[in-house]
Ligand binder design. Structure first.
Ligand SMILES: Cc1ncc(C[n+]2csc(CCOP(=O)(O)OP(=O)(O)O)c2C)c(N)n1
Length: 331
């Protein structure tokens, strides 16, 4: 697999910055009405909020190889992937704020984002993204297209039964499925080594007779290359890949998680491990882009995020009287 082109690097960097700025906005909106006393039901955005800050390489390094015809199915932590798959950001924001004009009429909220126009969907059921993506991969094979399907789960989700069911059938039927596992080490407060019998879930590929690759270091370039190989194999009819990516959760399981369970000696300096800082340093050091140019990307992303926040706040709230629409057949 070749290294990313300058255009691909710019695309990946811009999407990472957009995802980060978007989630900074989401955190602020989410905390409205919830401080100083944290009450999950208060404010314009009740419920839980899972932020993907730090995990952006797992989204952009994969999505850069996809077209609008390929499917991406994500989990409860999905903003970075939705943004990388070009989901309509205004409608996504309206959805998260429970507005009528949201992607799902304000019914799904942040854990159930779905934009069929760009073939993106997500589910709050841990592990299940892989089952849904497996279905899309089967459909692609039955229709004889070269579209692939990516199912994105956490390393905790890889211990759900659906992981085995999906990987077994995808390998048996040589489906164009890429199982992306974002190994941020924690399933809420449970460390990977307390829940998982192997240190690398990608090693499980041998049990299914499919490909497996582990990418270390949360490195965009390495994710780009490994994901490129996986997508190429899927398009050629060579079957699925389990692609596990080492990554870092910069924000805790959900906004408001104090991470009291993380041992002191495992806490690392956020500035050092932030993949956006790491990528920016390399882009400037290698002379790919100037620091000023990267600053201009940040400014554009901030404007875009401000605009979608303004848009979503102005939209009408979903009506409680409509809550059962689309649940039962209407006479
Ligand atoms: C089937 C199911 N069980 C439990 C939960 C509650 N839950 C939500 S996120 C989560 C942890 C998931 O960990 P992981 O798959 O590693 O993803 P991460 O949160 O680290 O991104 C759990 C247990 C759920 N949503 N679905």
């Amino acid at each position: 697999m070749e290294s990313p082109s300058k255009d691909q690097l710019e695309w990946m960097y811009s999407k990472m910055v957009l995802a980060r700025e978007y989630e900074e906005m989401m955190k602020r909106v989410y905390l409205e009405g919830k401080v100083p006393v944290f009450d999950m039901s208060a404010g314009p955005l009740p419920g839980e909020m899972h932020i993907s800050s730090g995990q952006e390489p797992c989204a952009v390094g994969v999505a850069v190889h996809l077209s609008a015809a390929d499917w991406m199915v994500a989990s409860h932590r999905s903003h970075h992937q939705a943004i990388a798959k070009n989901v309509d950001l205004a409608a996504m924001t309206a959805e998260i704020l429970g507005k009528e004009s949201g992607l799902g009429g304000g019914r799904g909220g942040h854990m159930h984002l779905s934009d069929p126009k760009v073939r993106f969907t997500s589910t709050g059921i841990v592990g299940q993204a892989l089952g849904i993506a497996g279905g899309h991969a089967l459909a692609s094979k039955m229709k004889g297209t070269s579209d692939v399907a990516v199912g994105c789960i956490g390393e905790g989700g890889a211990n759900q039964g659906v992981f085995h069911e999906a990987m077994n059938l995808a390998a048996l039927w040589k489906l164009p499925l890429i199982c992306v596992i974002e190994d941020n080490r924690w399933g809420v407060s449970v460390a990977k080594d307390k829940s998982t019998s192997v240190s690398k879930n990608s090693d499980r590929a041998i049990a299914y007779g499919c490909y497996g690759e582990y990418v270390s270091g949360n490195d965009v370039w390495a994710v780009f290359e490994a994901a490129g190989r996986a997508v190429e194999r899927a398009r050629k009819g060579l079957g699925p890949t389990i692609l596990e990516i080492e990554t870092y959760r910069l924000e805790g399981h959900f906004v408001g998680d104090g991470e009291a369970y993380v041992p002191e000696d495992q806490k690392r300096d956020r500035e050092d491990i932030d993949p956006i800082n790491v990528m920016a340093r390399r882009l400037v050091d290698e002379g790919t882009f100037s620091a000023d140019y990267l600053e201009s990307i940040l400014a554009t992303c901030k404007e875009q995020v401000d605009a979608v926040e303004r848009y979503a706040r102005e939209q009408a709230d979903a009506k409680p009287s409509d809550a059962l629409r689309h649940v039962f057949v209407e006479a």
